[in-house]
Design a protein around this ligand. Structure first.
Ligand SMILES: Cc1cc2nc3c(=O)[nH]c(=O)nc-3n(C[C@H](O)[C@H](O)[C@H](O)COP(=O)(O)O)c2cc1C
Length: 171
């Protein structure tokens, strides 16, 4: 039977505007989607962890973006049994993190529906849904996606907005 999956990348530790956190902003949204939909979960976790220090993490992400790196992640998931995939990530330098591209490029998206969601601190979705469509060959993107600042994702009212969006999508 066709199933729903939530795939996400999110970085905890010291981050922009939210201080040092144990759970990243995008992960909070991902966990709520999982709780509300009963979807399975795959977290894209880097083999080489990003630095806890924000400035060091930024330097690392900048280098990855400049070189078009494809950082490795731990484990993987077979998408065969899923027809719908929520895909979540933070905006890094106006783009998806390179590790998310790596995940997308390693999978066959033919016949899959992707529902994107992301957090940011001002850039919205930053055109990444178009980039996602281009990278996930054969997938259909559903809806307009969901984006929210990381700060708002950490509030009850932010989570309530996410719940409304899920309702509108029919979940
Ligand atoms: C390396 C890096 C680059 C970022 N670049 C942007 C950006 O271009 N635009 C933006 O609005 N926010 C940017 N941010 C802020 C993050 O998108 C925001 O804090 C997000 O909620 C982090 O999600 P996470 O906790 O799930 O990793 C950046 C953060 C980092 C660490």
């Amino acid at each position: 039977m066709a199933k729903t999956l939530v795939v996400y990348f999110s970085r905890a530790d010291e981050n922009y505007s939210v201080g040092t956190v144990e759970v990243g902003n995008t992960e909070l949204l991902a966990k709520e989607i999982i709780a509300k939909t009963g979807a399975d979960e795959f977290k894209i976790a880097p083999v080489e962890a990003y630095p806890e220090d924000y400035q060091e993490a930024v330097a690392c992400a900048t280098e990855e973006g400049n070189t078009g790196a494809r950082p490795e992640y731990i484990g993987d998931i077979d998408l065969a049994e899923y027809d719908t995939v929520f895909l979540g990530y933070p905006i890094w330098w106006g783009d998806m993190p390179m590790i998310v591209y790596n995940f997308i490029e390693k999978h066959d998206w033919n016949g899959k529906t992707i529902i994107p969601f992301n957090t940011h601190e001002g850039s919205g979705n930053s055109g990444t849904y178009e980039a996602l469509q281009a990278a996930a060959n054969g997938a259909t993107l559903k809806g307009d996606g969901f984006n929210m600042t990381g700060v708002e994702a950490r509030t009850d009212s932010g989570i309530a907005k996410l719940d409304s969006w899920l309702n509108e999508l029919g979940f």
